[in-house]
Design a protein around this ligand. Structure first.
Ligand SMILES: [Zn+2]
Length: 89
């Protein structure tokens, strides 16, 4: 799963995705992209409209709809385990 970084749109440190995962913090990598019929010669992939996210503390990539992302503050989640409300770090 490839992605295109867009730190202007995804300016928050982390996000929650309450629709699917309760109490877990996520990092946004960027817009999900995929090859289209022009990619072979253009070298560019096109955005699917979804966003590539990883759970804090994990590296598996998930494709998420932007509407499902809720920005959260750095104080709200744990940078180690990624749980919202854990204050270990
Ligand atoms: Zn923790």
């Amino acid at each position: 799963m490839n992605y295109e970084i867009d730190n202007d749109t995804f300016s928050s440190d982390a996000y929650s995705i309450p629709k699917f995962w309760d109490g877990i913090a996520w990092y946004v990598l960027g817009w999900e992209t995929e090859p289209d019929e022009n990619t072979e010669w253009s070298g560019y992939e096109v955005r699917t409209g979804n966003v590539v996210c990883i759970m804090v503390g994990d590296d598996r990539r998930f494709s998420i709809e932007k509407e499902d992302l809720v920005p959260i503050e750095r104080e709200e989640y744990c940078g180690c385990c990624g749980q919202i409300g854990c204050c270990w770090d």
